[in-house]
Design a binder for this molecule. Structure first.
Ligand SMILES: [Zn+2]
Ligand SMILES: [Zn+2]
Length: 116
């Protein structure tokens, strides 16, 4: 609540690393600008694909990085072209950051996620 500086956030598509733009406002959903890309991001859900096609949904592995402080789904905020594996994740709620060089991100996602 209150005045966090949402204007400064850069949501990157986890596939193309291009900046995503707000597509709707209530709730705010960010969409990748690459034609044909289904990657979207919403604060409460994290990354999701804008499709109901089960085949596509099955093929695509969504990153599930959550904030160690408040459990909020984090978004990809920065990549470094010269370091292929580098990812900087950021929490939209408290601004905490995490890189995949810290242990939590590298963990396999999937079963047993206590969220939701
Ligand atoms: Zn994309
Ligand atoms: Zn947080």
């Amino acid at each position: 609540m209150g005045s966090s500086s949402l204007g400064d956030l850069h949501f990157l598509c986890f596939q193309h690393h291009g900046e995503m733009l707000a597509k709707t406002t209530e709730p705010v959903v960010y969409a990748c600008q690459k034609p044909g890309c289904l990657v979207h991001y919403e604060n409460t859900r994290g990354y999701f694909l804008d499709t109901t096609d089960p085949v596509t949904l099955k093929q695509e592995i969504l990153p599930r990085v959550s904030c160690p402080t408040d459990g909020q789904p984090m978004y990809l905020a920065e990549v470094q072209p010269e370091r292929r594996n580098f990812r900087l994740w950021k929490c939209p709620k408290c601004g905490a950051t995490l890189t995949n060089e810290e242990s939590t991100v590298g963990r396999k996602m999937g079963a047993g996620d206590p969220l939701s």
